[in-house]
Each structure stands twice: as structure tokens, then as C-alpha cells.
Design a protein around this ligand. Structure first.
Ligand SMILES: Cc1cc2nc3c(=O)[nH]c(=O)nc-3n(C[C@H](O)[C@H](O)[C@H](O)COP(=O)(O)OP(=O)(O)OC[C@H]3O[C@@H](n4cnc5c(N)ncnc54)[C@H](O)[C@@H]3O)c2cc1C
Length: 466
């Protein structure tokens, strides 16, 4: 019985070896206590696929699920969505239980390279870097904060030569997918913190976009299909399909119109390089024949921070109104100063009343630094580094005259036809907030650009690519 419950709760995710029986039982008892709504979290998946589609989308994450869903709104388009992972388990539906899925089968289990500058307190001096490998991608594992980014973020993208990406241009795409049921929040461009939730449960992009599209006959969602290469005709430089690995064998599937890569910040650039698109010196070094020399994989950006623990002697609770006032008045002048601000907070009346204090512990990498000195904060930051998992920028968007750009402002890979990228890797500059909402917006905008290209051509009767 207990085994059955665990199986029901975890579905296809295999808890890692660090996952103890106690944890499994705790989670399954939580599962029993939760009254799950009868809403599907996964779309129907195909058992086999055709040899050819109009569009092939690689990766069913925050960006890709939106692209596949929106393109298949047009019944004249046939769409294949290939996902390396499987279905999401019910446990992912419970808000903030995403952490349980990290290091499981639903995570790519990436880590940063071991190094001597940061993540020094981690195993092998390397930070784990979670990425969803599941229908819904990282939107199944994430912490569900929903933030659009600021006007300045997108106006800067536009100023870099990316026409159509100013805040006024992208705002309609945010609104299109938000389905915000609070009319006051829905009206505002500037909002309070919000979450990707529905009826108290997680709303991944699989639940929001693929489930409603699931019954469409022109959309096939194929799981456990790991794409290893985009097929590109070297002479015409046109993408015409992809190769994927499934059930121990390689298979080719062909695209009549376009291939869209939405495999995320690491896997989209990896796929481009495996397909001959990348920095020529690097491709030569690893023996991949060059098709297009582009700065793929450069420009990786993320937010990072560190968590400073504080001890208190009495129970504390956040009062929402005061919490908001605090945040809006506070300027986060980066890391070292951030640590000082936290310490100053401990001097406020509220924290003094509960004896708030930082438990100074000498750090193994710098045992002799003076407690709470600049060197201490520097060491603390390098020891307790926390990547915020907002990786972006590795297939940078920019105009043709930007030598570092990989895709143009319509997300088409420079120099190649029939191939676009639609995920956080296209961000020319990381936005100042979290990245899930922008990834969804990028998916919305990409599908609109693609529809505009092909619906126009269909009217004229042309089958030519762009
Ligand atoms: C633990 C965690 C917490 C986070 N918290 C927040 C938060 O609270 N708020 C927020 O806004 N952002 C958060 N983020 C970041 C945010 O979720 C991501 O930036 C966003 O989901 C990325 O979307 P994407 O479309 O670029 O990629 P993903 O959503 O990662 O999608 C990529 C998809 O492609 C698939 N794929 C990859 N390679 C292949 C291949 N070769 N073949 C087939 N399929 C492939 C993957 O399996 C995956 O499903 C968090 C991320 C993580 C991991």
C-alpha cells in the first residue's frame, strides 16, 4: 500500500539515492492529505510519430510548450513537439514541492564546473544547476514566482537593435498568456509579486498550454525523445528536420516549414553546435563540420546571491503590508553591501525584540578573516554562492551587424533558414527579474512571428521558407 502511494505520488520520477524512506513517507502522507483537483497536468502523448510535419518544436518547457500550443491553433499546420523527459508527476502540483524533483529523473542534473572562485562550500566546489527534463520543463521545478521584468529591461533590448522587443511591444504577449483572475492586478503593468498557480496548485506551461491543446489532431507531443542534431542542408543552409534518440535508436523526422529550438539555456546552444552552428575554432577543436560561424554559447548570464542565516529567540511572522513597504524602499546595492543591509536590519526595533543575530561561523575557506569584515562577506559570497537558476543569453538575439548575435530580432538563426530559437537563451541581456514569465512571453512572441511568416505565405500560395 505504502509503495503504491509513493508510486502514485512520484509517477515516473525516480527519487535520487539521497532520498530517504522517511522523506518518501512524509511526501506520500502529504499527498494523502492534499485534495488534488481533477485537472490533468499532462497532455496526451503520442505513441508514434509521422515522418514529416510542418513544424518541429524541440523542448516542451516554458517557451516550447507555448510555441507548440499556439502554432497548433491553426488547423492547417501540423506540429510535432519533442521532449527528452517524460510526464510530470502529481507531486509537482503541490506549490513549493518543486525542490523534491531536483536531482530526480525530471532534472537534467547539471552542475557548474569545479572552480576556485565561487560555489566553494559545495561538493567538489561546483553548484548544482537544476533544469527541468519533463513536460513543462523548468516551469515544473521552479519556485513559481511570476514577474514580467521592467520597462527598462525590454527598452534596452530594443535599443540594442532588436525591433519589436520594447516593453510596449512585449506587454500584449504577457497579457495574452496571463489569465489573471484578479481584475485589479490584471489591469496593471506594475504588479505585486504573483505566482504561476491555478486554484492553489502549480500551473506549469504543460498544464496551461499543452493540456488544453492536447486533443488537437494536428499536434503530436512525443516524450523521451532526446534530440541530438538539427538536420541542415550544408549547401542551401536550410534546416529540414531533426535527429532524436529514443528507445535505444536514432530516428530522423522532417520539417516542411521550420524547426524551433526551445531546449533551454544550455541545450539550445548545445544543439546548435552539434549541428555545425557555433564558434568555428571550437567546432574545429571537437571535429564538428562547420555550417555557420556564430558566437553560440557565449553571453551566459544569471542572477546570483547568497542566503545569510539569522537566529531569533521568538517566533516571527511577516506582516504583508510592512513587508511590501520594506522591499520597495530598499536598494540592493550588490552583494557585500547587501550583507551589510541584512545586518542593519537586525538593528531595527522589530528584530532587536526577538534578538535577531547572524550566527558567525568561521568559514573553512578563510578561517582567519575578521568576523563581518569586507573580507568576511567576500568569503561568504564565494562559499555560499547561490545561482538563481535564471540562465539566459547563450543564443543571443541581435541584428546582423552585431558580431556576437546568434538569432535576429525575429528569432531566426543568422545565416540559416528554417530555424529559430525560442527560450531564455535568446535574451541579449538578462532581465532584472525572474525568467519564467519572460520565457513564456518569448514563446508567445515567437509563435506570432512564425504564424505571420507562414500564414501570409499560405495566402499567396508560396511554400518557400524565409
Ligand atoms: C529550481 C528552479 C527554480 C526557479 N524559480 C523560478 C521562479 O520562481 N520564477 C521564475 O520566473 N523563474 C524561475 N526559474 C527559472 C525559470 O523556470 C526558467 O528560466 C524557465 O523555465 C526557462 O524556460 P526555457 O523555455 O528557456 O527552458 P526550460 O523550461 O528549461 O525548457 C527546456 C525544455 O527542453 C527540453 N530539452 C532540452 N534538451 C532537449 C533535447 N536535446 N531534446 C528534447 N528536449 C530537450 C527540456 O527537457 C525542457 O523540457 C527557476 C528555475 C529552476 C530550475
Amino acid at each position: 500500500m505504502a509503495e503504491q502511494l509513493v508510486q502514485q505520488a512520484f509517477g515516473n520520477i525516480l527519487p535520487s539515492s539521497d532520498f530517504t524512506l522517511t522523506q518518501a513517507l512524509l511526501v506520500s502522507s502529504f499527498f494523502l492529505a492534499v485534495n488534488f483537483p481533477n485537472i490533468a497536468i499532462n497532455p496526451p502523448v503520442a505513441e508514434s510519430v509521422n515522418t514529416e510535419y510542418d513544424f518541429i518544436v524541440v523542448g516542451a518547457g516554458s517557451g516550447g510548450a507555448v510555441v507548440a500550443s499556439r502554432l497548433s491553433e491553426n488547423p492547417d499546420f501540423s506540429v510535432l513537439l519533442l521532449e527528452a523527459g517524460g510526464k510530470a508527476s502529481k507531486i509537482s502540483d503541490i506549490p513549493f514541492y518543486g525542490g523534491v524533483l531536483q536531482l530526480s529523473e525530471s532534472d537534467w542534473n547539471y552542475t557548474s564546473e569545479p572552480n576556485s572562485e565561487f560555489c566553494l562550500g559545495m561538493k567538489n566546489r561546483a553548484c548544482p544547476y537544476a533544469r527541468g527534463r519533463v513536460l513543462g520543463g523548468s516551469s515544473v521545478l521552479n519556485h513559481m514566482f511570476y514577474a514580467r521584468g521592467t520597462k527598462e529591461d525590454f527598452d534596452e533590448w530594443a535599443a540594442l537593435g532588436n525591433y519589436g522587443w520594447s516593453f510596449d511591444d512585449v506587454l500584449p504577449y504577457y497579457k495574452k498568456s496571463e489569465d489573471n483572475r484578479n481584475y485589479l492586478l490584471a489591469k496593471n503593468a506594475f504588479t505585486f509579486p504573483q505566482m504561476t498557480m491555478r486554484d492553489g496548485f502549480r500551473c506549469s506551461t504543460s498544464k496551461a498550454f499543452l493540456v488544453p491543446a492536447g486533443e488537437r489532431e494536428n499536434l503530436d507531443v512525443f516524450t523521451h525523445a532526446h534530440v541530438t542534431k538539427v538536420l541542415i542542408d550544408a549547401a542551401s543552409k536550410r534546416a529540414y528536420g531533426v535527429r532524436y534518440f529514443r528507445n535505444g535508436a536514432y530516428h530522423d523526422v522532417f520539417a516542411r516549414k521550420e524547426v524551433v529550438l526551445s531546449a533551454g539555456v544550455f541545450n539550445s546552444p548545445q544543439l546548435l553546435m552539434l549541428s555545425g552552428i557555433g564558434p568555428k575554432e571550437h567546432l574545429k577543436e571537437i571535429g564538428i563540420p562547420l555550417i555557420q560561424d556564430l558566437r553560440v554559447g557565449f553571453n551566459l548570464q544569471d542572477h546570483f546571491g547568497y542566503f545569510m542565516p539569522f537566529l531569533v529567540d521568538k517566533p516571527v511572522a511577516f506582516v504583508p503590508e510592512r513587508y511590501n513597504n520594506h522591499l520597495t524602499n530598499m536598494t540592493y546595492d550588490i552583494y557585500q553591501k547587501g550583507g551589510r543591509i541584512c545586518l542593519e536590519l537586525m538593528e531595527t526595533k522589530a528584530f532587536r525584540e526577538v534578538n535577531g543575530r547572524h550566527p558567525y561561523v568561521p568559514l573553512p575557506t578563510c578561517p582567519n578573516v575578521l568576523p563581518l569584515s569586507e573580507e568576511y562577506f567576500d568569503c561568504f559570497m564565494r562559499y555560499n554562492t547561490q545561482p538563481f537558476l535564471h540562465g539566459s543569453g547563450t543564443s543571443k538575439m541581435g541584428p546582423a551587424n552585431d558580431p556576437t548575435a546568434v538569432v535576429d530580432p525575429e528569432l531566426r538563426v543568422h545565416g540559416i533558414s528554417g530555424l529559430r530559437v525560442a527560450d531564455t537563451s535568446i535574451m541579449p541581456k538578462i532581465i532584472s527579474g525572474n525568467t519564467n514569465a519572460p520565457a513564456i512571453m518569448i514563446g508567445e512572441k515567437a509563435s506570432d512571428l512564425i504564424k505571420k511568416t507562414w500564414e501570409k505565405k499560405e495566402v499567396k500560395g508560396s511554400q518557400e521558407g524565409y
